[in-house]
Design a protein around this ligand. Structure first.
Ligand SMILES: C[S@@+](CC[C@H](N)C(=O)[O-])C[C@H]1O[C@@H](n2cnc3c(N)ncnc32)[C@H](O)[C@@H]1O
Length: 309
């Protein structure tokens, strides 16, 4: 049985999590700063503090950044109590007036109507079907008319079936892994290789547990795949990806190895812009703005959406 992450902090420490995302990832810090700018713009429209909530705030990586915005009452929610404990320590240290809730986003009821929800790297963790519908409907209902959901996440290029999605996923993660390796960020590269293997099994093979051999294969192939893509040879890159997927499936594993960072799934499942739009438009959100952080060639990107109610 593949394990759904009960808590992310069983897989990665809050310190490592914050470091690899803020200091080492190619695009995430820029997206964080843009989210902060958008929150500040919304707050500037009002003459008294607005209600702002971060969904899936983790160990307060962005809360402390957005916490600097004037004219907001900020709340962070996450169901990982270890991450919330770490967040609480950081907030006290910086003396920021941020409220923390340890709980499930889909069931959270704020005590006031909300002006701004925002999230980063959260949406792709929510299981498709009922959990996705419940979370989106819950926040849509609590937003004031004219309020916004600012949502940052990693997106794949468009695909037309599951096989194509898997190919695009390998290309996107190879881009991030190969850049991490060439910058000496080996921990980030390992973490992304594990996340890719989790993503490939999600909604596809619930028995699979990744193995160290598979992780090694992903790391060995990432630079080759990225280099083919960069040199404009999409066909060659796709051939390399297919070869990698075949080798991964030959090493299919269902046994635990006793290391949580390998045995547990991060539950990632990355999608494209059009799949995402279907999800959020079906509850009533309208896309007002999208900003892309990512390579010029079509390999995926971090996108920040401003969704208006
Ligand atoms: C990839 S982390 C992103 C953390 C933070 N937004 C950041 O960018 O640093 C996703 C977070 O969402 C939390 N999470 C996932 N699904 C959740 C849910 N349904 N309710 C509450 N928290 C959830 C996880 O515990 C994890 O801390």
């Amino acid at each position: 049985m593949s394990f759904h992450m009960p808590t992310y902090s069983q897989i990665i420490s809050p310190e490592d999590y914050n470091r690899i995302n803020t200091d080492e990832h190619l695009y995430i810090a820029n997206a964080d700063n843009f989210i902060k700018e958008l929150v500040a713009k919304e707050a500037a429209n009002f003459d008294k503090p607005i209600e702002v909530i971060e969904l899936g705030c983790g160990p307060a990586r962005i809360l402390t950044l957005v916490g600097q915005v004037k004219n907001i009452n900020l709340t962070g929610i996450d169901y990982d109590d270890n991450f919330i404990k770490h967040a609480s320590g950081k907030i006290k240290e910086l003396n920021l007036p941020i409220k923390l809730i340890c709980g499930e986003v889909a069931g959270y009821k704020h005590n006031l109507p909300v002006d701004v929800f925002y999230s980063e790297g959260f949406h792709h963790h929510v299981k498709k079907g009922l959990p996705l519908k419940s979370y989106l409907e819950n926040i849509y209902k609590q937003l004031k008319t004219g309020g916004v959901y600012i949502l940052g996440d990693e997106y794949l290029p468009e695909y037309s079936n599951n096989h194509e999605r898997r190919i695009k996923a390998v290309m996107w993660y190879s881009h991030i892994i190969s850049n991490a390796l060439s910058s000496g960020f080996n921990y980030l590269a390992q973490e992304e290789a594990k996340t890719l293997l989790d993503d490939l099994s999600e909604n596809h093979d619930h028995e699979a547990i990744k193995s160290n051999e598979q992780i090694k294969l992903v790391l060995e192939n990432a630079i080759l795949i990225e280099d083919s893509n960069k040199s404009g040879s999409l066909q060659m890159a796709e051939k390399l990806v297919q070869g990698l997927l075949d080798k991964i499936s030959k090493l299919h594993n269902t046994r635990l190895i006793g290391d949580d960072s390998v045995d547990l799934s991060r539950g990632d499942y990355k999608i494209s812009d059009s799949v995402f739009r279907n999800e959020i438009e079906s509850v009533g959100f309208k896309v007002e703005l999208v900003k892309r952080f990512g390579p010029v060639y079509d390999i995926g990107s971090v996108l920040v959406y401003l969704l208006r109610k």
